[in-house]
Design a protein around this ligand. Structure first.
Ligand SMILES: [Zn+2]
Ligand SMILES: [Zn+2]
Length: 409
């Protein structure tokens, strides 16, 4: 966005369909690949890679703005996830707190999303107002935030940039199951599983970890997490999120062998000290298996094999089934389960709003102009929403109307 000669960037993601970071170029924005004081900040709506993945390519020149928990989680994950980096925020987004960046006033709205600490934002500059949805949904554990947004929408929005991830994945009149409904399904399945219940989900999908934790507790099981998940949970710094900390029951930390080596290599082996009282050792796994649920990734099968902890185990795939495509680690896990005769079931709900919820949002905000973003089906927008205007990447749009001072993007 540009106003009065100053610019900010809303998100700088690595597209989900990009082959890799190296071969994906930075967008043609002045100040990203060379010095340009006009670019004041990159504002990150949340911690998903498709919203910040290209930031490392831009180097440290441009100040970053993001949520505090987003910064902490990205930093926590950087020690564990291949080619991840720790990002440093210059300023923080806080729910409802206007933030001035040059001529821009950004008012963040915490939203319900599969990524923690995710924001939509109003941006006002030069007397014009834009609303950016970021990624959001209504059916997660923080669905109340979506209803609050609908009930108190940002007023007088000239242009709304709205995500449409679910379009094409769901019929216009279909909705996604809620996290609460998922919890009930997990409770049923954990009851029916004789051995270890292995849940393959992202540790950074905090809503889902809470769903799985609650279902584990309700079925008398302990949720076992690895050091990566433990660090991400700690990084939320939120009392209501389960973590290896005093006061939490039904939670244990198991550190797979390759992770133990990784912790030593990264010189952070000392973090395991904070798991005192929560550790589960390989020789205890088999005994604990029938009373446990494990946050799991395919490569952990080695450790479970070695510990003879897989009798009666089931795998629950609790992430996008797009990650089960041919040649993926998910497909390899599924094939491994088939070979072992181990049940494999997908239990998942989307991190994004259904078309019906997007309709409610668009109607509530009622912008003068609605621009589709973050979607593979933008041509569906005019059939669902009012005042839609479709634009190409790189196309410069004038929000202000006439003069050179106008806000645009
Ligand atoms: Zn997201
Ligand atoms: Zn996204």
């Amino acid at each position: 966005m540009e106003s009065a000669g100053h610019r900010i960037l809303l998100d700088l993601g690595l597209p989900l369909n990009a082959p890799d970071l190296v071969s994906t170029p930075l967008p043609d924005v002045k100040g990203l690949s060379g010095e340009d004081p006009g670019l004041l900040a990159i504002v990150l709506s949340h911690g998903h890679r498709d919203h910040w993945g290209l930031v490392p390519k831009a180097g440290n020149r441009v100040p970053l703005v993001m949520g505090k928990a987003t910064e902490r989680i990205i930093r926590a994950a950087a020690d564990f996830v291949p080619d991840a980096v720790a990002l440093n925020a210059a300023q923080y987004l806080e729910h409802g707190k206007p933030l001035q960046v040059g001529p821009f006033v950004i008012t963040p709205r915490l939203v319900d999303h599969s990524g923690f600490d995710a924001y939509a934002m109003e941006v006002e500059a030069g007397g014009k107002r834009i609303f950016y949805s970021g990624d959001l949904r209504a059916h997660g554990r923080k669905g109340g935030l979506f209803e609050a947004l609908i009930n108190h929408p940002p007023p007088n929005i000239d242009t709304m940039l709205m995500e449409g991830s679910s379009l094409g994945r769901l019929a216009d009149d279909q909705s996604f199951p809620s996290e609460a409904a998922l919890e009930e399904i997990f409770v049923d399945r954990f009851r029916d599983t004789a051995g270890l219940a292995l849940v393959a989900c992202s540790a950074q999908n905090i809503d889902r970890v809470v769903t799985v934790y609650r279902a584990a507790k309700r079925t008398g099981r302990t949720l076992i997490v690895d050091a990566y998940a433990a660090e991400v949970l700690k990084a939320t710094d939120k009392d209501s999120i389960p973590k290896p900390a005093p006061g939490w029951s039904n939670l244990a930390v198991f550190i797979p062998q390759s992770q133990r080596i990784q912790l030593k290599k990264k010189n952070i082996a000392s973090i395991v000290g904070s798991y005192r009282g929560f550790r589960l050792w390989p020789e205890q796994l088999a005994e604990h298996a029938p009373r446990s649920v494990m946050l799991f990734r395919g490569w952990m099968m080695r450790d479970l094999d070695r510990a003879r902890a897989l009798a009666g185990a089931s795998v629950f795939w609790s992430q996008w089934d797009g990650y089960l495509g041919a040649g993926s680690p998910g497909a390899a896990l599924k094939a491994d389960c088939e070979r072992r005769g181990m049940p494999f079931e997908v239990i998942h709900t989307s991190g994004h709003a259904s078309p019906g919820d997007l309709k409610r949002l668009a109607a509530a905000v009622s912008p003068k102009r609605l621009i589709p973003i973050h979607t593979f089906e933008r041509e569906k927008f005019p059939t669902l929403f009012e005042n839609v205007s479709i634009h190409e990447d790189g196309e410069w749009i004038n929000v202000g109307g006439r003069d050179a001072d106008a806000t645009g993007f």
